[in-house]
Design a protein around this ligand. Sequence first.
Ligand SMILES: *[C@@H]1O[C@H](CO)[C@@H](O)[C@H](O)[C@H]1NC(C)=O
Ligand SMILES: *[C@@H]1O[C@H](CO)[C@@H](O)[C@H](O)[C@H]1NC(C)=O
Ligand SMILES: *[C@@H]1O[C@H](CO)[C@@H](O)[C@H](O)[C@H]1NC(C)=O
Length: 127
Amino acid sequence: MEKLLCYTLFLLGVFYELNCFQTYVTLIPNGSNVTDPCNADKTISGVGHLNSNGGGDRNQFGLDFASNDRVWNSTLCNMDSDNDGITNGAELGDVNCLWVASDATTDQYLTYTGITHPGVDQNNVQC
Ligand SMILES: *[C@@H]1O[C@H](CO)[C@@H](O)[C@H](O)[C@H]1NC(C)=O
Ligand SMILES: *[C@@H]1O[C@H](CO)[C@@H](O)[C@H](O)[C@H]1NC(C)=O
Ligand SMILES: *[C@@H]1O[C@H](CO)[C@@H](O)[C@H](O)[C@H]1NC(C)=O
């Protein structure tokens, strides 16, 4: 279904990348502030994908996000998708799972440092 939708948007001339993954980064806390585990100078656009530029197969965080109906709530926040001992919420700065995508005032609950990748075990990075 998702692929069909993306393909349709592509045929309609709507920029594929923008519509098929860039929008998702606004649905998770600090979604555009995750650095590439292989290159600390680069922020990545495909947090839910194996390819850090987005697209293609999803990593475990992307799969969990999809199976949670693409909703950031305490269910997804408390999961540890990459099994590195740090919950998705802690990796993305939403330590207490209070951030709500549709409510910008909840940005105040996000912490300012220590954003790590929720789909990549920092202790076992394959570059
Ligand atoms: C990323 O962090 C900057 C400040 O460092 C903030 O302005 C921006 O809203 C953050 N992006 C997201 C998606 O939270
Ligand atoms: C989070 O959202 C998913 C998808 O809508 C839902 O199934 C789940 O029950 C929600 N979790 C909580 C704690 O509300
Ligand atoms: C995370 O997002 C919040 C809200 O936009 C921002 O204040 C904070 O600086 C971001 N953290 C990082 C490490 O970019």
